[in-house]
Design a protein around this ligand. Sequence first.
Ligand code: COS
Length: 381
Amino acid sequence: MLEKKHLEFREKIRAFALEQIEPLANTLDTEQRFHTEHMKPLTEMGLLSMLIPEEYGGKPTDTITYSIAVEEASRVCGSTGITLAAHNSLGTFPILKFGTEEQKKRYLPRAANGELIAFGLSEPDAGSDAGGTKTHAHRDGDNWIINGSKCWITSATKAFATIATARTSDNPEDRTITSFILEKDWEGYAVGKKENKLGLRGSDTAFLHFDDLKCPVTNQLGKEGEGFKQMLITLDGGRISIGAMALGLGQGAFDCAVKYAAERVQFGKPIAYNQAIQHRLADMATELEAARLMIYEASRMKDAGQPFSHYSAMAKLYASEVARRAAESTLTILGSVGYLTGKYPAERIWRDVKLCEIGEGTSEIQRLVIARHLLKQVQKT
Ligand code: COS
């Protein structure tokens, strides 16, 4: 499925990740600090502008290449991987897909130049039920006045702008939801306290609060009332990148496990000679490879313009569960040393990877999306 250009890109990005990203991964996790040092090299490598056309300053690639980038970055540092995934798939994509020419010219060159864009969909009472948005916007002349809060916002403290949804109807039963591009510098836009997370501690996650935030109508994204569907379309692509992130983390765990098993001697021979260890390694490698193929297929379908909503849900579901199992098996193979912080990446990966079964739709929501698709097929026949 991969072409020569993909294989060459993988080699290049793998070397880049080992040289530029990996050396800081443990420090960022331990200190719970955003990977500011990575931003310049990531920008120069074009990794923050992979979906942006050249006319807006980007270095556009196909989705398989983009998935490889997220996979390889996540293989050495999950926090950097999620920054890439959130900025490209959730931050820049909606502007590209639904934005006006003026909005593209205003925001995409800055995004391509390494300034992050965040995505504000979730709220305390609207998580899996993303259409239950309580954030409200009402029209006041040429502005929308927005009030409400968004939570679990990746890169919230760093992003100069956020794509956010709000209810634009006064009827609480009515799901008229509209999207907006909101800028951090505007009065009424506040970033909450950084969350203290189990994993991905080098990525900043926080609340956003909008208090009578005045948003010019020119910053409405697409048509009024289409915000929820726009965000579901955006998540279809985002789920491929979270799958790629899971895959990278799982592969990072596997790399650690196989090396350790070959080196660690017990009872006079490397533990890799034991069938119990071999079976674990074989299962990990097989499952990771299957997940990889699903992620590439979802990427191909997206680029080919085929319906891929159910397939990206399948790829994300499978990759995140496989990666969690790989991280768990790696800890088992490493035993006590795996349980230590910092010596091996195993426990960091184990903490990081859980997010892939939660973010951009839980595994339960992926199953719901897949099942609805299957039932629709039956109803059609
Ligand atoms: N692409 C385009 N349109 C879609 C779509 C998709 N992938 N999925 C659904 N729609 C459409 C539906 O066809 C429906 O259209 P009509 O109103 O014209 O009939 C509309 O969007 C609403 O869809 P639906 O009725 O299925 O909405 P639900 O409230 O039942 O919710 C789920 C659907 C659960 C799938 C959605 O809320 C979801 O994905 N939740 C998880 C959110 C999530 O991932 N949050 C994490 C964000 S972290 S960044």
